[in-house]
Design a protein around this ligand. Structure first.
Ligand SMILES: C[S@@+](CC[C@H](N)C(=O)[O-])C[C@H]1O[C@@H](n2cnc3c(N)ncnc32)[C@H](O)[C@@H]1O
Length: 502
């Protein structure tokens, strides 16, 4: 194929995908949500606004949108001047720093309250300064608005904000996504509660802008000088600690990081649509009062989604004692019925220690849970630890216990000729994520970027990784489990992998 033929094929992919999306929206007389219009998850909207939002994750729309992102990324990589592509890649820290600033300065909340007309940088700077007053004993250091305008302008250039008129900025759809929902007064009077009862996206942004941003600057040194093995990870190298990340955030002085991390994990449900979580496993087939243990469940984000959808089940969120201790409080008054009825309880336990029988409200002592699930757990640990964890869970399993492993399942960036044989696709090994003859990268390129970005975050933070199907299979086979089903999520690389004891 000539390059022009490839460019035209990519252009066609985009055109056809737009037509598919338009049909779905036209069927309900709706327009696609505009990039210029904020959508604050903490606010109430007209039903048609919410419906247009919901349709974004309609399977047809989601899949077509992914093809557009993939094709647009490939088109741009082909035609953009390589130097410009390099600058965007190698200097992307500039954008990261500005995104970190956007969240840390509470600019999104300030602009929400300013309304659609936006606010001049001088006014934004004054408000940011006022919100910093708790940081210092004396008068807060005034933020220079001429510098602020430059930070906000690069964000507008990357579509993270909108510059309405020179030096006047407003939120757009993307920046509104980082909104914590808090008022100026709440942020001023109780800055430590910014993430409480939020959707966790702002907390995720803050964690990524702090720990991850810092440790990524040392990834190359760690890999080249330590071979990626002598010290535990780029995190240890950066923060000069022998502790594992989860021990470190529990140390005095890191209280804000521990609380923020719990909320950030709540934010990570955005990696997927709730529908995947709800239908990733046949929860409805489990008998009443079946016990589901959420191993390393954090503050309970995923179990709460499931407990709402499946009132007949009992959920136990197991995590380290300091995390469990802040679990219920992180939700404020939300989910009171689920907690009060005992349908969801917390259990402090180190998951590398043998699982012991424990009491579940309304059920009694449980020796073998019906389901044990690990979501975003294995990707935090190198293979040797995952093996230990899977063996520990295997020892706790009864003959009917199922293990559900939820993580990204990485596809190769090329066609995998050894996969795709009869029967293997059902178990997760795929030849390609795009149809035969498509000009798109077999792993959907930029549309799947979030999975590979998370993979490298796991490498830097934990010396760990997201895994391919073969890597899942090697670990389950070596620990007494057999994979019986892989349910790939719609629109992302997340997968729901069920295994049974052998
Ligand atoms: C990436 S978070 C995932 C949280 C949750 N499963 C979710 O999907 O939102 C990993 C969790 O593992 C917990 N964890 C780490 N080491 C643990 C251990 N040894 N025992 C129990 N939990 C642990 C952490 O405290 C954290 O809540």
């Amino acid at each position: 194929m000539t390059t022009f033929a490839t460019l035209r094929a990519l252009h066609t992919v985009i055109g056809e995908a737009i037509t598919e999306i338009e049909k779905v929206y036209q069927a309900e007389s709706l327009d696609f949500p505009s990039l210029d219009t904020p959508y604050y998850t903490s606010l109430k909207h007209a039903p048609e606004v919410d419906r247009a939002e919901d349709l974004r994750v309609d399977h047809t729309v989601f899949a077509a949108a992914n093809r557009i992102v993939s094709a647009a990324g490939q088109l741009s990589a082909t035609v953009n001047k390589p130097w410009f592509s390099l600058i965007e890649g190698i200097n992307s820290t500039n954008v990261v720093a500005c995104l970190q600033f956007l969240e840390a300065s509470n600019t999104v909340e300030i602009l929400r309250e300013a309304g659609p007309g936006g606010l001049h940088v001088k006014e934004i700077a004054k408000k940011i300064t006022a919100l910093r007053s708790w940081k210092t004993d004396g008068p807060p250091v005034e933020l220079d608005s001429s510098k602020l305008s430059h930070v906000l302008r690069i964000l507008a250039t990357f579509h993270w904000l909108r510059e309405v008129t020179p030096d006047v900025f407003t939120n757009n759809r993307l920046s509104s996504y980082i909104d914590s929902g808090k008022s100026f007064e709440q942020l001023r009077d109780a800055p430590g509660t910014k993430y409480d009862e939020s959707d966790g996206v702002a907390a995720y942004c803050a964690t990524a802008g702090d720990e991850v941003f810092k440790l990524m600057t040392n990834l190359t040194d760690w890999l080249l000088n330590d071979g990626g093995s002598k010290t535990d990870s780029a995190f240890n190298f950066t923060f000069k600690t022998p502790l594992k990340y989860y021990e470190w955030i529990e140390q005095p002085g890191n209280e804000h990081r521990l609380t923020r991390f719990g909320h950030a994990m709540h934010g990570t449900k955005q990696f997927e649509i709730a529908e995947n979580i709800i239908h990733g496993f046949p929860w409805e087939e489990l008998p009443k009062d079946s016990v589901v243990v959420d191993i390393g469940g954090g503050i309970g984000t995923i179990s709460l989604i499931l407990a709402e959808a499946y009132p007949h089940l009992r959920f136990v969120v197991e995590d380290r004692a300091p995390v469990v201790a802040i679990g219920r409080q992180a939700w404020g008054g939300k989910y009171a019925e689920i907690f009060d009825s005992g349908r969801l309880s917390y259990h402090a336990h180190d998951f590398f220690e043998p699982q012991r029988p424990f009491d579940v409200p309304g059920v009694g002592t449980v020796v073998h849970p019906d389901v044990m699930f690990i979501r975003a757990i294995a990707h935090n640990w190198p293979d040797s630890y995952v093996l230990e964890l899977l063996k520990t869970l295997r020892a706790a399993a009864g003959p009917n216990t199922k293990l559900l492993w939820i993580d990204n399942m990485l596809a190769y960036a090329c066609v995998d000729n050894e996969s795709g044989q009869e029967g293997s696709e059902a178990l997760g090994a795929v030849r390609s994520l795009v149809p035969e003859g498509s000009p798109l990268l077999p792993n959907l390129g930029r549309a799947s970027a979030n999975g590979y970005i998370l993979d490298i975050q796991m490498l830097g933070r934990f010396n760990a990784k997201e895994r391919t199907y073969r890597e899942y299979e090697a670990l389950t086979n070596a620990s007494g489990w057999k994979i019986t089903r892989v349910n790939r999520a719609v629109g992302s690389l997340w997968a729901y992998t069920t295994a049974v004891p052998v």
